[in-house]
Design a protein. Sequence first.
Length: 469
Amino acid sequence: MKLNKLVNTDVDVDIKGITADSREVKQGFLFGSITEDKYIADAVSKGAAAIIVAEDYKGKIPADVVVVKSSDPGQAYALAVAKYFGKVPEHLSAITGTNGKTSIADFIRQVLTMMGYKAASIGTLGIIKGNEAPIPSPNTTPNNVRLHRELKAMVEEGINYAVLEASSHGLHQHRLGGLSFEVAGFTNLTRDHLDYHKTFENYLDAKLILFRQNLKQGGTAVLNADIDVYGKIAAVCEQRGQKIISYGTMGQDIKLLSSTPLAHGQKLEIEYFGQPKAIEIPLVGEFQAMNVLCALGMLSAITGLPDDVIHFISDIKGAKGRLELVGQTSTGAGIYIDYAHTPDALAKTLTALRPHTTGRLHVVFGCGGNRDTGKRPQMGKIAHDLADVVYVTDDNPRFEEAEDIRNEIMPACPGAYNIGDRAKAIQMAIDNLLPGDVLVVAGKGHETGQYVKGEIIPFSDHEEVLKNI
């Protein structure tokens, strides 16, 4: 493909590939968005034909390499990738927010598949097409090249519906640049990723990129009316001429009226576009009820068939590792696994399980290393206040000393067990379960490894639970 078809330049040199990773550059490639000298030198040495840099870049690049300067090199690169691959499914939607993205994307894919559409989801669980097994992905929102390569492959396989999780990192790093969505959802906004974004305002601004840049003018925004920033998000959408579907206990379009706990699920009474409806879902907790409402709003907009999608929602299955009932002990104590790794998520998980607990509520959890340290005492206090028995353990310590992380949690939850070995913590928690008790193993969800000192050590909460019951 000619360079002038990809970026703003008059030069028509042939481009044979595109990447933002200098290690992947080959002869004739367009290299984009990273402007550090060492990476540019590496790309040049491997035969890059053209390089996208910032307007103020002062480094030296050989005369035979085309230099494309941009006021926003990340976005210029993202648009070039989109043009290079060219094909995406006809119906694209995306979901952002701190918690709930994975479940909602999974619910949407499940329902669309049940309705006979060829649909896929891309997110934390990987790339899932129809009812096939997930294809692992290293990031919630894959890098531009992988994302567009996968979307193009979906088109060639006849998949015309795709729903993406839009992470704050992915949005801020332009990984969704060049994509245009018909429908976008916003779940909630609570403390997370402040090690990257630094402030809560920056975190919100990253999320709003989805509505400012990616959601089509005239597209539909499905927004949680119960959150503090609803007004700010709605204002952005209104300025862009986007239709708003609001959901929640304060929702105008999909309103949660009540929730009644069932053995391993709940019955929801809702007002659905002006009509009273009762639905049963095989999921526990108010936050899962909210996830279902968001999925219903997005599905209604995606398909234009609100009366049809609501008939399928009761048949959904919970996403792997999202408040998932993994098993029961011989005495009937339930054991759940959940991805909760933020203060808000942990609080919602424990609150969700309390109505289903006639005995004691147990929790195994930890905090990740080299990440926001401020949430460690917050999560310790939440576990202490909302659970009856607490086990503090390791959860991806990365390059920190695991014991140091646990020691930052422990003062906020006096009386908790401090057990660094996650397998032993899970085993002890299960051994301590009595009839009527409930255990949740929180933090890792679907993950199958522990990140320790630069290594991924194989580890699965699911396997550890199942070997102990």
